[in-house]
Ligand binder design. Structure first.
Ligand code: ADP
Ligand code: MG
Ligand code: ZN
Length: 485
C-alpha cells in the first residue's frame, strides 16, 4: 500500500444452502444434473404458482446468525427485487427487505500485521444475514448467437452475508472469507465449493487518505470465486484507485469483474448501482416470524463451532495453533482426526499421522479426505499398534498404511497375516545378532576392538535380517551385552 493511503474493504458473500429441496418448492436442491431437469411451476415462475417457504433453510440461516452472535428479529418480511434477466423466470427475486433474518453479528478475523494497529485478531462486524433465492444460469454460446438457460439453480436457497466496511487489506479480506468459509462448512449448511459457486464473494473497495474518517467512493468487484482471485483483484483495484487519486481524480462508483487472464479488473454491466429494483413486500408469503423456542431449538442442535473446537484441541489434545488450524482444514478431515485419536488413545501421535502420511497421500492423489477411502478407526488402530511398541514405525508407514489406503482391512489382521509384529523377545533378537556377527567376522572383530563406526553397520545388518521387525531398543541392549564378550 502506498504510504499516506488506506484501503477500506467490505465483503458480500452468498452462501448456497445444502437443503434437500429448493427455497419455495419441492424440487431437489442438487448440483450437476442435466439442464432444466429440476424444475416445477413454482421455480419456473409460471402464472398462479405459489411459493411455500422451506423450514430447513430458515433453520440453517438461524444457525449462522447465532454462530455470529447476531440479533434475530422476531419478524423479517420477504420482498420482491425486480429486474429483467433471462435466468430470472419470475422477473423478480424473492429476498428480504430492510429487516433481515439476522442482524448485527460479529466474526473474529486474523488481522494483517503489515497494517498499523492490525496485529492479532480483529472483530469484523457483520451487518446482516438474509435469506433469498438464487437465479438460474445462462450459458453464452461460443458463436455469440445463442444464450442457453438452465433453471436447475433457480430457487435454490441462499444466505447473503453483508460484512461492514472494516477490512483494511486484501490479506484481511481473504482471511475474512476463509473464516466465513470455515464457519458455514463446519455448521454443515454449505459445501463450501467456491469453484462450483456454492460460496460466492463480491468485494467492495475504496481508498482514502490515511486518517480521513470519511469513506472514499467504492467499486464493487463481482463474483470472486477463489481466495487467490479475491486477493489479486483487490490488490489491482487498490492500485488503480491510488493512481486515480494521485492524479487528482475520483474513482467512479461502478461494478467491475476480475479477469484472471489480464490480471486486471474490468468494468461490468454499467449503471447497475443506479438500477431501480422497485422493491416491495412479497404478497404471496407471510412475514417470516421467528419464535424464541425456534431459536432455542436451533441453538441446541448446533454442532461445536470451529473456534471452540480449535481451542478444545489445543487445550485437551496439547496441539499447537498451527497444527489445529491444519486439522480443521475441512469438517471431514477434522472429524477423521478426532475419530482416529479416540480409537488410538494417542491424540498427539494421531495428529502427526494426519499431518504427515495422510496429508501426503491426499496431496499425491489430489483428492479430499472423503474420497481417500481411509477408515479413521483403522488409522487409530494403526497408531495404537505403533505406540504400544508392537509394530515398528517403518513397517507401519511402508506396509500397513498403504494397505489401509488400498482397503485391505484392519491393521490388527494385516499385522497378523503378514507377520509384521515387532520382535522384542530378547532370545530371538540375540540369536539374530550372533548370526550376523559370526557371518561377518572381520567387521565384528573391528567393532569389538573399539571402532565405533562399525556398530551402525552391524545393527543395520541385524535389522535387515529381522526384516525390519526388530525392536531397535532390544537390538541395542543385546549389542551392548555382546560387545564385551
Ligand atoms: P448496497 O445496499 O448498495 O449493496 P451497502 O451499503 O449495503 O450497499 O454496502 C454493501 C457492501 O459494501 C457492504 O459489504 C459494505 O461493507 C461495503 N461498503 C459500503 N461502503 C463502502 C466503502 N466506501 N468502501 C468499501 N466498502 C464499502
Ligand atoms: Mg448489496
Ligand atoms: Zn421447483
Amino acid at each position: 500500500m502506498k504510504p499516506g493511503y488506506e484501503a477500506v474493504i467490505g465483503l458480500e458473500v452468498h452462501v448456497q444452502l445444502m437443503t434437500h429441496t429448493k427455497m419455495f418448492c419441492g424440487c431437489p436442491n442438487r448440483y450437476g444434473t442435466p439442464p432444466n431437469s429440476l424444475t416445477c411451476p413454482v421455480c419456473l415462475g409460471l402464472p398462479g404458482a405459489l411459493p411455500v417457504l422451506n423450514g430447513e433453510a430458515i433453520r440453517m440461516g438461524l444457525a449462522l446468525g447465532l454462530a455470529l452472535s447476531a440479533r434475530i428479529p422476531a419478524r423479517s418480511p420477504f420482498y420482491r427485487k425486480q429486474y429483467f434477466y433471462p435466468d430470472l423466470p419470475k422477473g423478480y427475486q424473492i429476498t428480504q427487505g430492510p429487516v433481515a433474518l439476522a442482524e448485527e453479528g460479529a466474526l473474529d478475523v486474523p488481522g494483517d500485521p503489515s497494517v498499523r494497529g492490525r496485529e492479532g485478531p480483529v472483530r469484523l462486524r457483520i451487518e446482516r444475514v438474509h435469506l433469498e433465492e438464487d437465479a438460474g444460469k445462462s450459458h453464452h454460446d461460443r458463436s455469440g448467437s445463442h444464450t442457453l438457460v438452465d433453471l436447475n439453480r433457480a430457487g435454490v436457497p441462499l444466505l447473503e452475508i453483508v460484512g461492514a466496511p472494516e477490512l483494511r487489506s486484501p490479506r484481511e479480506a481473504s482471511e475474512a472469507l476463509k473464516a466465513l468459509h470455515r464457519l458455514v462448512t463446519f455448521l454443515g449448511i454449505c459445501d463450501g465449493n467456491l469453484e462450483e459457486g456454492s460460496l460466492r464473494c463480491d468485494a467492495n473497495v475504496s481508498v482514502r487518505r490515511a486518517g480521513d474518517p470519511r469513506l472514499g467512493s467504492r467499486v464493487e468487484i463481482k463474483n470472486l470465486n477463489s481466495f487467490r482471485f479475491l486477493r489479486q483483484a483487490l490488490e489491482h483495484e487498490i492500485g488503480r484507485h491510488v493512481e486515480i487519486l494521485e492524479a487528482g481524480g475520483e474513482p467512479e462508483l461502478e461494478t467491475r469483474g476480475w479477469s484472471p487472464e489480464e490480471g486486471a479488473t474490468r468494468p461490468r454491466r454499467s449503471k447497475e448501482a443506479a438500477m431501480d429494483y422497485r422493491f416491495f413486500p412479497e404478497p404471496d408469503l407471510p412475514d417470516l416470524e421467528i419464535t424464541v423456542a425456534e431459536t432455542d431449538r436451533v441453538r441446541d442442535a448446533m454442532p461445536e463451532l470451529p473456534w471452540d473446537r480449535e481451542r478444545r484441541l489445543q487445550e485437551a489434545h496439547g496441539l499447537t495453533p498451527q497444527e489445529t488450524a491444519t486439522l480443521l482444514q475441512s469438517p471431514a478431515f477434522a472429524d477423521a482426526y478426532e475419530a482416529a485419536a479416540l480409537a488410538s488413545g494417542h491424540p498427539r501421535a494421531t495428529a502427526n499421522w494426519m499431518l504427515g502420511e495422510v496429508s501426503r497421500a491426499l496431496n499425491a492423489r489430489g483428492c479430499a479426505f472423503e474420497t481417500l477411502g481411509l477408515d479413521p478407526r483403522h488409522l487409530g488402530a494403526l497408531v495404537r499398534l505403533v505406540e504400544s511398541g508392537r509394530l515398528p514405525l517403518k513397517l507401519a508407514r511402508d506396509e500397513v498404511f498403504p494397505a489401509l489406503l488400498a482397503g485391505e482391512g484392519d491393521p490388527e489382521t494385516l499385522v497378523a497375516t503378514r507377520g509384521l509384529v515387532q520382535i522384542s523377545d530378547r532370545g530371538a533378537v540375540e540369536a539374530l545378532v550372533r548370526e550376523v556377527l559370526s557371518a561377518n567376522p572381520g567387521p565384528a572383530a573391528q567393532w569389538r576392538g573399539g571402532n565405533p563406526k562399525l556398530r551402525g553397520f552391524l545393527v543395520g545388518l541385524v535389522m535387515k535380517a529381522g526384516r525390519g521387525r526388530l525392536d531397535p531398543n532390544v537390538v541395542n541392549e543385546v549389542m551392548d551385552d555382546v560387545s564385551a564378550e
